[in-house]
Design a protein around this ligand. Structure first.
Ligand code: ADP
Ligand code: ZN
Ligand code: ZN
Length: 751
């Protein structure tokens, strides 16, 4: 049945986007009105004719019927970029569950009313030692303000103007004077709007391999034939995927089309950007989280006006409104940062597929360790799969050793470093080569394992590890199962049953103790709280100002370090014991990526994987870099347990100010789903619904708000969407006050 009412937004780019107006849909327009369409409506007291966009449709209204005005007509001047954005938002609202406003705000950049603060930056124009020399001279002349600026610029080539003015307390007159002397340059916003400046150096074109050429030709042939598809390129880092993207985009641009390139922010390195700039010049633009709202808006306007052909950025770059989108590239498509953590909890890969289908654009996915989702669909023929084997150039894959930490303990080695790792580290220190030590710390959220035999305490119903809670209870966060914490290992009787507590800080201490004299850098959430410190640590390591870099998963991405010839993974299976069905996949990805850090230069690399369960398939296959073998075992497990991608799963998270109310609502909502399953015996498909929970969430309370969760599983995603709709309606009728409900389809994090 066609909807009766439409929510219309009058000025879409205005910040009052959160105030749509409801209109009646006249019968004769029922077919023509859909989300995203432009309509004429009477507006305001004088009923002025205005153009607006339909953002939502419904069968019910909260207003008195007679007070509603009607849509006058549908504006049929084709589909605008904005209609596409609105349709995307509408689709996200439906598929992922959120309010239309939240979806619109995700998709549309909001024009800011505030006058834009003028942004300036200051760059030093002389070498650092020259700047220091001048600073000394200035001090001699009691020009201390000048000296402060010069010293700051000697440390840091580029500094925000505000920082210098305020933190260093320097007047603008002083800065002007220094600019006249040629010591520095004051750059205004328009200059650094294009975040990467074009280097004068010409791009060195490589001649593409047959595999590379083949992929490019396939994608474009399909595109020209009007059946743009989805393509998955499976190839290790350095196998030449980016060259393929560049080749496809180049031909798209020649046809007057545009391209969106998604790269996780952490992998958005200077080197990668430079390759795009060298190929496409200033027709490229970059989106990243350091841009202000105003700058983002500006990028989007340039895209809509046809000033640029390529946008590169993380998740949010997906919503760039190009008039003739030809291709969306999703590099490192397995990355969890492609999933939004706030409502709507959309996945950029899935949303890219939807946006591309609306505009008949191609989608190219690339990864060294494809997500199970992408590989599964490729195997089923929904995507075309390409394998790119090996690296270009001289660098070869490293040798990998797996060490059994249980054996180390039996041999009396209580250090966090195994004998093999220690031996290789000593060799590196002697040879002046670098080592990276990787601690997979994410995993240690409370799981309990036996240090003697590797046995992990697991839920008998869900096959995920139990988490330790205060009061000596072990709890399953999927189904709520609990048992009492034991003191002895149920498998071997050892008393070494404990959580793994070592963090990067402890590793750093151990390094100082066991390798005195080694220069150590540490990188984790604590040492990189400030944005630049991340870059600083990496560049210090790249400059070989340290022998060993120890860190969390942050260190496995991006940057190449040609002098790193050894990578140690300290407790590879920590991430296996997350109470999460994706633990195996994540572990395989992390290990493969970490191993890939060794031996990027001319020297051969070695990798040591330390683990308590070295026989686990994700470790065995990661050590051999055998994705296909890993996939076969992992997909069998997902199939057996009805986990995505074989089946689908909806997580419903209830956030509540009261613990009891939260649990009560969670139970009620679980009952609603159970009732749906039982209600209609005719509807075969509903009987396939599985409900898990209700249970307290893994983190039961955040900011004094209690969290409860349940999961709904079904092979058909659309059935889960229907359940979400039913639950949304149920909650709407309850008029929840101190509770919010969040939906997460095919979650990548546990709740
Ligand atoms: P990926 O994106 O898979 O990490 P890249 O496209 O960045 O791989 O390629 C890695 C390196 O190999 C780059 O320096 C690139 O210029 C080079 N390269 C890629 N393809 C070729 C080729 N056909 N011939 C020579 N060098 C190549
Ligand atoms: Zn369980
Ligand atoms: Zn044991």
């Amino acid at each position: 049945m066609a909807a009766k009412y439409a929510d219309v937004i009058i000025d879409i780019s205005h910040e009052k986007v959160d105030r749509p107006f409801q209109y009646k849909i006249p019968q004769e327009l029922a077919e023509a009105v859909y989300a995203g369409v432009r309509v004429h409506v009477p507006f305001g007291r004088g009923n002025r004719d205005q153009i607006g966009y339909v953002v939502d449709l419904s069968d019910r209204t909260d207003y008195p019927e007679e007070k509603l005005k009607s849509i006058t007509s549908v504006d049929d001047r084709g589909i605008t970029a904005q209609s596409i954005q609105i349709r995307t938002a509408y689709w996200m609202k439906r598929q992922y569950g959120s309010t239309m406003i939240a979806a619109l705000k995700t998709v549309l950049p909001v024009k800011q009313k505030l006058k834009q603060i003028e942004k300036k930056k200051i760059t030093g124009c002389l070498p650092a030692d020259k700047l220091r020399e001048m600073a000394d001279q200035c001090e001699g002349r009691h020009q201390s303000a000048k000296a402060r600026v010069l010293r700051a610029l000697a440390e840091e080539e580029l500094l925000p103007y505000e920082l210098i003015r305020q933190k260093l307390n320097v007047s603008s007159a002083t800065l002007q004077a220094l600019q006249k002397q040629g010591c520095l340059q004051i750059e205004t916003e328009s200059l650094y709007r294009n975040p990467v400046k074009l280097m004068a150096k010409e791009e060195q074109r490589v001649s593409l391999s047959d595999v590379q050429k083949g992929i490019i030709e396939d994608v474009l042939r399909d595109y020209r034939a009007g059946c743009a598809g989805t393509y998955l390129i499976h190839g290790v880092t350095g196998s030449g995927k980016t060259e393929v993207y560049l080749g496809i985009i180049e031909q798209m641009i020649a046809m007057g089309k545009q391209a969106i390139v998604l790269i996780p922010e952490i992998a958005l390195t200077y080197q990668t950007l430079l390759r795009f700039y060298k190929r496409f010049g200033d027709r490229v633009s970059v989106m990243n989280s350091t841009l202000s709202m105003g700058e983002k808006y500006d990028q989007i306007r340039r895209a809509a006006d046809g000033e640029i052909d390529v946008i590169i950025g993380p998740r949010s770059a997906l919503f760039t409104p190009f008039p003739n989108l030809g291709v969306i590239v999703v590099d490192e498509e397995h990355e969890s940062s492609y999933k939004s953590e706030s409502m709507p909890k959309y996945h950029a890969r899935e949303t890219a597929l939807h946006i591309a289908s609306m505009q008949h654009a191609a989608v190219v996915l690339g990864s060294a360790t494809p997500s199970l989702e992408a590989y599964y669909r490729a195997k089923r023929g929904e995507y075309k799969l390409y394998e790119m084997k090996g690296r270009h150039g001289s660098s070869t894959l490293p040798d990998v050793y797996t060490v059994d930490l249980r054996e180390e303990l039996r041999q009396g080695n209580r250090s966090v470093f195994s004998r093999k790792l220690r031996e290789l580290m000593e060799q590196r220190l002697a040879a002046g080569e670098q080592t990276m030590l990787f601690l997979n710390r994410r995993g240690y959220a409370g799981f309990i394992s036996c240090r003697a035999c590797g046995h992990v305490m697991k839920c008998p119903h869900c096959d995920v590890s139990l988490s330790e809670h205060r009061g000596g209870m072990l709890i399953c966060h999927y189904c709520g199962y609990e048992e009492k914490r034991q003191t002895k290992c149920p498998s071997c009787g050892s008393k070494y049953l404990m959580g793994f507590k070592a963090g990067t800080e402890q590793i750093e201490e151990a390094l100082h103790r066991e390798f005195p004299g080694a220069r150590v850098l540490r990188m984790d959430a604590d040492t990189t709280r400030k944005k630049e410190s991340y870059e600083k640590i990496l560049s210090a390591f790249a400059d070989e100002r340290a022998d060993i870099l120890v860190g969390t998963q942050m260190i496995v991405k991006g940057h190449d370090f040609p002098n790193v010839t050894l990578v140690g993974i300290l407790a590879a299976d920590l991430s296996l014991n997350r109470n999460d069905y994706r633990a195996g996949e994540r572990t395989f990805q992390l290990l493969t990526q970490a191993a890939g850090r060794a031996g990027r230069g001319d020297k051969k690399g070695e990798v040591v994987i330390q683990a308590y369960q070295p026989e686990h398939y994700s470790i065995v296959h990661a050590a051999k870099q055998d994705y296909a073998a890993f996939y076969e075992e992992e997909i069998a497990y997902r199939d057996l347990m009805s986990y995505p991608p074989v089946s689908h799963m909806l997580a419903v998270l209830i956030i509540s100010s009261g613990q009891e109310e939260g649990m009560k609502l969670c139970e009620e909502m679980t009952n609603v789903v159970n009732a749906e399953r039982e209600k209609d015996r005719e509807a075969e498909s509903y009987r396939g619904i599985q409900v898990i929970g209700p249970a307290e969430a893994a983190i039961g309370k955040i900011n004094d708000l209690y969290r409860h969760v349940f999961y709904v599983k079904h092979a058909d995603y659309q059935i889960l969407v229907e359940m979400k709709d039913i639950l949304e309606l149920f909650c709407k009728e309850k008029e929840l006050k101190n509770q919010t409900v969040q939906y997460d389809f095919d979650p990548i994090n546990t709740y």
